[in-house]
Design a protein around this ligand. Structure first.
Ligand code: GBH
Length: 520
């Protein structure tokens, strides 16, 4: 055998051995890596009609006569964090979190959406929460908008009205003025693709406008401009004194081609451009603007369909410049992977015009992948790894925080499947760091069980269970909470660690007790 072949075989064996070993050995996180947990205002706060808060689109949607929510529930009370926030901070302390990602309810601060009328009780609430966190050394990662738009703004088109870029800027200014002395990590908008496709292109989320191919694209442009406005306001008026950072959180589902066929590879690239390129490209590339392919596809289809102009609104040169580079970090919400392909079967599959027709791909699930309680969520850690590598490649290795990642169950305290998911995703994250990705923090969705939008309370994402049938909304750690706590404490991932749970920690509730003594 030629010496080079020996070397090749040696490397092959050595490397594969290493890979296997790395799955079972203890792996450390880099110095300074931050651990967090996430929630959002409408999903946990409750207090929906308390102390002068205005109505949001979710208050309205969840109270429609024929409820669009799976279990007919609302977020009126939810986990009642509006009244029980101190218990939430206890949990943060118990977990040892470095940071907590929560969102501010726009209509709790500005009941009509506009900055002429500031609700003092709303300011007090978030001041109390932030101060309680800081007293316990937990950093606030504050999302300005996580889907609960003031209903007053919806009446005049919500995210499809271009003026919203100014209204959002005014709202942001109230937040910087009131909280910016203590908040050093701002996230302007959470999940633009959910807001625009979910809320305006479909009926998956409020306001369920369901006007795809038009309203979703108008929304996208306005979300980008609103974000850029908040960023520049911070940069020009607040950064010098407040010294914080400001970014945006985007959803990154990984799309994998079903075959090695070039058409399927192209389909996967198109799906990624539509889902995240639409938002990431304008902000995180040197060229800025919407991705070329994405613009070309929508313009082409629009012309075929006899529209006088592209259904995707253009960004002017000034707008491109304002949006480009308008983030200090990229927040990544990522949960899962989907398979995609493109063939003749696509003919007639989607309504015309539509976002799906413009994208022109077939999206399927692989039934071999572990399935959560939530239809769209399967465990595919290698997809998470590939996604992080792609972000690194496309957007010039930005500073990344994983702002959401997590698993849903039907309930119960013994959540072995969530533990497996978290360990496998964190391990993939460490692989991505080893491969050069600049990921500096990770946050689990979610810290406690919450109102899961159209799934109501049917899907449980929490590290802590919340008893929604009990006035106290008592919170109980699941097994995953003990695992996450150890990961944070040791700053490492030990696949064999088993927590010791003492009987003192078992809730009085007899029924739960059996569930709980899992480690004896
Ligand atoms: C998060 O977004 C939300 O930010 C959070 O509020 C919510 O509680 C959490 O999800 C859990 O539900 O691949 O075409 O089937 C995740 C947004 C929306 C991402 C649905 C995956 C599936 C689209 N998700 N999407 S598809």
């Amino acid at each position: 055998m030629a010496p080079s072949l020996y070397l090749f075989l040696f490397l092959l064996i050595f490397n594969s051995g290493n890979r296997v070993a790395s799955k079972s050995k203890v792996r450390s996180f880099p110095e300074g890596f931050l651990f967090g947990a996430s929630t959002s205002a409408y999903q946990v706060e409750g207090g929906a009609f308390d102390d002068g808060k205005g109505l949001s689109i979710w208050d309205v949607t969840s109270h429609e006569k024929t409820s669009p929510i799976q279990d007919g529930s609302t977020g009126d009370v939810s986990a009642n964090s509006y009244h029980f926030y101190k218990q939430d901070v206890e949990i943060m302390k118990d977990l040892g979190l470095d940071f907590y990602k929560f969102s501010i309810s726009w209509p709790r601060i500005l009941p009509d959406g506009f900055a002429n009328n500031v609700n003092k009780a709303g300011i007090d609430y978030y001041n109390n929460l932030i101060d309680e966190m800081l007293n316990n050394s937990i950093k606030p990662f504050v999302t300005m908008y996580h889907w609960d738009l003031p209903q007053q703004l919806q009446k005049i088109g919500g995210w499809t009205n271009p003026y919203i870029a100014d209204w959002f800027k005014d709202y942001a200014s109230v937040l910087f003025e009131n909280f910016g002395d203590r908040v050093k990590h701002w996230i302007t908008i959470n999940g633009p693709s959910e807001i625009c496709y979910g809320g305006y292109g479909s009926d998956l989320l409020a306001p369920m406008l369901n006007m795809t191919g038009i309203a979703d694209y108008a929304c996208a442009k306005n979300v980008l401009l609103a974000h850029a406005n908040a960023y520049h306001l911070y940069d020009e008026m607040f950064r010098e004194h407040q010294n914080g950072t400001i970014g945006i959180a985007l959803n990154f589902t990984w799309f994998e081609p079903t075959s090695d066929n070039p058409d399927d590879h192209q389909a996967a690239r198109d799906a990624r451009q539509f889902l995240f390129g639409q938002y990431a490209h304008p902000i995180f590339t040197k060229e800025g603007d919407f991705p070329e392919e994405f613009k070309r596809k929508i313009a082409g289809k629009s012309a075929e369909q006899s529209f006088k102009r592209s259904r995707l609104p253009e960004l002017s040169a000034t707008e491109v410049t304002a949006i480009r580079g308008s983030a200090d970090f990229l927040g990544i919400n990522s949960y899962t992977t989907k398979m995609v392909y493109r063939d003749a079967s696509i003919e007639g599959m989607y309504p015309v015009p539509s976002y799906m027709d413009d994208m022109g791909v077939v999206i399927v699930k692989d039934s071999m992948w572990p399935q959560s309680q939530t239809d769209w969520l399967q465990e595919v850690p290698w997809g998470f790894y590939k996604m992080l590598r792609e972000v690194n490649r496309l957007y010039d290795n930005p500073l990344v925080y994983i702002t959401e990642n997590g698993w849903s169950t039907a309930g119960g305290l013994l959540d072995e499947d969530r533990i497996r998911y978290l360990r496998n995703y964190l391990s993939a994250l460490l692989d991505a760091i080893d491969a050069g990705c600049n990921v500096q923090g990770y946050s689990v969705w979610s810290m406690i069980d919450a109102f899961e939008w159209r799934d109501g309370y049917n899907a449980k994402f929490g590290l802590y269970e919340v008893d929604f049938s009990n006035e106290d909304r008592s919170r109980t750690p699941r097994k995953s909470a003990f695992i996450y706590k150890e990961i944070i404490k040791s700053k490492s991932l030990d696949p064999h660690y088993e927590p010791e749970v003492y009987l003192e920690e078992v809730p009085e509730n007899e029924e739960k007790k059996d569930d709980y003594v899992y480690n004896k």
